[in-house]
Ligand binder design. Sequence first.
Ligand code: THU
Length: 130
Amino acid sequence: MSLRENALAVRENAYAPYSNFKVGAALIAENGVVYCGCNVENVAYPEGTCAEAGAIAAMIAAGQTRLTEVYVVADAPTPVSPCGGCRQKLIEFGAGDVAVTMATTEGAEVRMTLAELMPGAFTEAHLENT
Ligand code: THU
């Protein structure tokens, strides 16, 4: 299964009764395994947890800490863009040259690197004086 097929499949399981906006994310970790996540909302926090965060959580739970490629898909007019919080989370576990493909269910795709998505990211380099 391609990364896109994984993201489309997990998207079907998204729990988004408040926004009705289902998102699927799939990533490849350093071990070559694909980890998937979908968005999960709840009544007290209707924005919920993003699909990207879910895929990262699955990777961490499996004992992997580095990601090498990311794919995100939703039914939107234009390819879905990871939110700011997710960009910071992706940077935590991926190098700047990691490719993030943003996609629509129709098949449109936009590919950017993590460095392009998060210019000037806050990283551990900023902690060097501490
Ligand atoms: N969402 C994601 O899961 N990933 C994104 O990249 C953008 C937004 C979710 C969060 C919320 O459940 C819904 O989409 C609407 O914001």
